[in-house]
Design a protein around this ligand. Structure first.
Ligand code: ATP
Ligand code: MN
Length: 468
C-alpha cells in the first residue's frame, strides 16, 4: 500500500498548532526568528514557513550544550528541535515546545545577516529577494499566492473546465500591441552572423517571441473541448514602470464555447468572488497580517466585494459620466480614446465605490479578435475595474463570423497567412465564444492591499531589472 511521502509523517509548525499533540514528543525544523534568555531558560521563536505564527521553544539551561549552542544562536540560524508539546502559559499561543535536544544545521552571523528584527521597507526587501521570503509579509504573500493558485484550479475544475497548457514561445502577437520579447537562438545557417534574421537563419523559421497571452491557442481548445482555461506566465515588454505592471506576470485565461458576453461577465464575477471567499477561508492568519499592518480596511473591503453585485456600464456611458463629473484628469477624455488608470479608478472608487464592468469599447482601441457589435463602431469587450487597482480583467466575446474577422484583420494590415489556423476555426464549425484574462498579481494586490506589484511575485522582472 502506498504510505505517502516520508515527510508527511513529520510535523510542521502549522500541524502542531492545528493538532496540538500535547505531551507528545515531536521534531520540528526551521529558522530562528528571535532568542530571549532568562535565568533558567532561553525562549526561541522558530518559523518553518508553514504558517505565519512562530512556535515558541523553551530551551532549559540544563540542556546538553546549552552554553555552546543555545547561547550562540541568532536570527536566521537553521535548527532541528526535538521536544515535548505543552500547553503554553503565554498569551496569544496555545502550545509551546519544551526542547530536549537541539541541533544546528547552519549558523547565521548576526553582524552580516540583513534581516534584523525591525521592520524593513519593501524596497529594501526587494534588494535581498533571496532572503525576503523569511519575512512575515513576503512569507504570507507566498502562502496566499500558492493557496489562490490552487483556488483558481479548483474553481475551474469544479465547473468542468479543462486545463490547457498553451505555449510560451509563439509566432503570433495576440494583442497586436507589439510589446513583445523576441526569442532568439544561435543562428541556424549563418552561424557567424547574429544579425542575420532572415527566415533561413531563424530558429523557428520565422520571428518568434514570448507569449503576451494564451488566448488564441485557448480558443483552439475551447472550440473542441467546450470550456478550457490556461494559467501561465505572460511576458510584455511594456516600458511602463508602474506599480501595476510587470514584464513577466501570470495570467488566468478561461475560454468558453457557446458563451456570450453576458455569461462571460457572470463567470468573471463568480470567479472573483470564489477566489475571495477561498482566501478568506484558507488564509485567515496571513490576511490578518495585511489587515494589521498594510490596510486596516482590508477585510471590510473583501467582504464588501463578496456582498456586492458588480456594476455594469458601457464605455460610452463611462465617458459621459467622466465628462460630467467635473473632475480634471491628466489625460483628456474623448470618445474613442482608451480609459487611463486615473479614469478607471475614478469610476470604481469615486463614482460607484464598487467593482465595475465597462463593456462595448470602440473597436479601434481593442484587439482584432473582439466581436463587432451591431453599431459597427464598438466591440463586445469587457474590462473589470476594482477599487484600488483599476483594471484587473480584460475580456470579450470573440468574433466568430469569418467575414467580419477577415475584414477587421485587413483593416489592421494583419498578414492573413499568419492566422490561417485561427481563421479555420471560423470556417469549420464556428460558434459564439468568449473568454477573459485575469492578472494574477493584480488580484494578489487587491487581496493583500500591497501597493507595489513587485512585492506579490517572488522574483519581479521590470524594465532594467531582472536579478536572481
Ligand atoms: P493595462 O491597460 O492595465 O496595461 P491591458 O489592457 O494591457 O492592461 P490585458 O491585455 O487585457 O491588459 O490583460 C489582461 C489582464 O492582465 C489585465 O486586466 C491585467 O490584470 C493583467 N495585466 C496586463 N498587463 C500586465 C502587466 N504588465 N503586469 C501585470 N499584469 C498585467
Ligand atoms: Mn497593458
Amino acid at each position: 500500500m502506498y504510505r505517502g511521502f516520508p515527510l508527511m509523517s513529520r510535523y510542521s509548525i502549522k500541524d502542531i498548532f492545528a493538532q496540538k499533540p500535547l505531551r507528545k514528543k515531536v521534531e520540528i525544523r526551521g529558522w530562528l526568528k528571535t532568542r530571549r534568555d532568562s535565568k533558567d531558560f532561553s525562549f526561541l521563536e522558530i518559523n518553518d514557513g508553514s504558517c505565519l505564527a512562530n512556535l515558541q521553544i523553551i530551551a532549559p539551561s540544563d540542556l546538553k550544550n546549552y552554553t555552546e549552542i543555545v547561547l550562540r544562536l541568532h536570527t536566521g540560524c537553521s535548527l532541528l528541535i526535538r521536544g515535548i508539546v505543552n500547553e503554553s502559559p503565554a498569551k496569544g499561543q496555545e502550545v509551546e515546545l519544551l526542547a530536549e535536544e537541539l541541533v544546528v544545521y547552519g549558523w547565521s552571523d548576526p553582524d552580516n545577516y540583513p534581516l534584523q528584527k525591525k521592520r524593513h521597507s519593501f524596497e529594501f526587501l526587494r534588494s535581498i529577494a533571496h532572503l525576503r521570503p523569511r519575512t512575515n509579509s513576503i512569507g504570507a504573500i507566498a502562502r496566499i499566492r500558492s493557496s489562490l493558485s490552487f483556488g483558481v484550479h479548483k474553481f475551474f475544475q469544479e465547473q468542468g473546465f479543462i486545463h490547457v497548457h498553451t505555449p510560451i514561445i509563439t509566432t503570433s502577437d495576440c494583442e497586436g500591441a507589439g510589446e513583445i520579447f523576441k526569442v532568439t537562438a544561435p543562428p541556424k545557417t549563418n552561424k557567424d552572423d547574429l544579425d542575420d534574421l532572415s527566415p533561413d537563419n531563424e530558429f523557428f523559421g520565422k520571428p518568434a517571441s514570448l507569449t503576451v497571452s494564451g488566448q488564441l491557442q485557448a480558443e483552439v481548445y475551447a472550440l473542441a473541448l467546450g470550456r478550457v482555461y490556461t494559467f501561465g506566465p505572460t511576458f510584455r515588454a511594456e516600458n511602463s514602470n508602474t506599480s501595476r505592471h510587470l514584464a513577466e506576470f501570470w495570467m488566468v485565461e478561461p475560454e468558453i464555447a457557446f458563451c456570450d458576453l453576458v455569461e462571460n461577465r457572470n463567470l468573471a464575477e463568480s470567479f472573483l468572488k470564489y477566489l475571495i471567499q477561498y482566501v478568506l477561508e484558507h488564509n485567515q492568519q496571513d490576511l490578518q497580517l495585511f489587515a494589521n499592518f498594510i490596510d486596516k480596511e482590508l477585510l471590510k473591503k473583501l467582504a464588501a466585494v463578496l456582498k456586492s453585485s458588480f456594476t455594469h456600464i458601457t464605455y460610452t456611458e463611462a465617458i459621459s459620466i467622466l465628462a460630467k463629473s467635473g473632475k480634471v484628469f491628466d489625460f483628456p477624455l474623448r470618445w474613442g480614446a482608451d480609459l487611463q488608470a486615473e479614469h478607471e479608478r475614478y469610476l470604481c472608487e469615486e463614482v460607484f465605490a464598487n467593482p465595475v464592468f465597462v463593456t462595448d469599447y470602440p473597436k479601434e482601441i481593442k484587439p482584432f479578435y473582439m466581436r463587432l457589435n451591431d453599431d459597427g463602431e464598438t466591440v463586445a469587450a469587457m474590462d473589470l475595474l476594482l477599487p484600488g487597482i483599476g483594471e484587473i480583467i480584460g475580456g470579450s466575446q470573440r468574433e466568430e463570423r469569418y467575414d467580419f474577422l477577415v475584414s477587421r484583420m485587413k483593416e489592421l494590415n494583419l498578414d492573413l497567412d499568419d492566422y490561417n489556423w485561427y481563421l479555420d476555426l471560423r470556417s469549420f464549425g464556428t460558434v459564439p465564444h468568449s473568454g477573459f484574462g485575469l492578472g494574477f498579481e493584480r488580484f494578489l494586490q487587491f487581496v493583500t492591499s500591497m501597493n507595489n506589484i513587485r512585492d506579490v511575485i517572488p522574483f519581479p522582472r521590470t524594465p532594467g531589472s531582472a536579478p536572481y
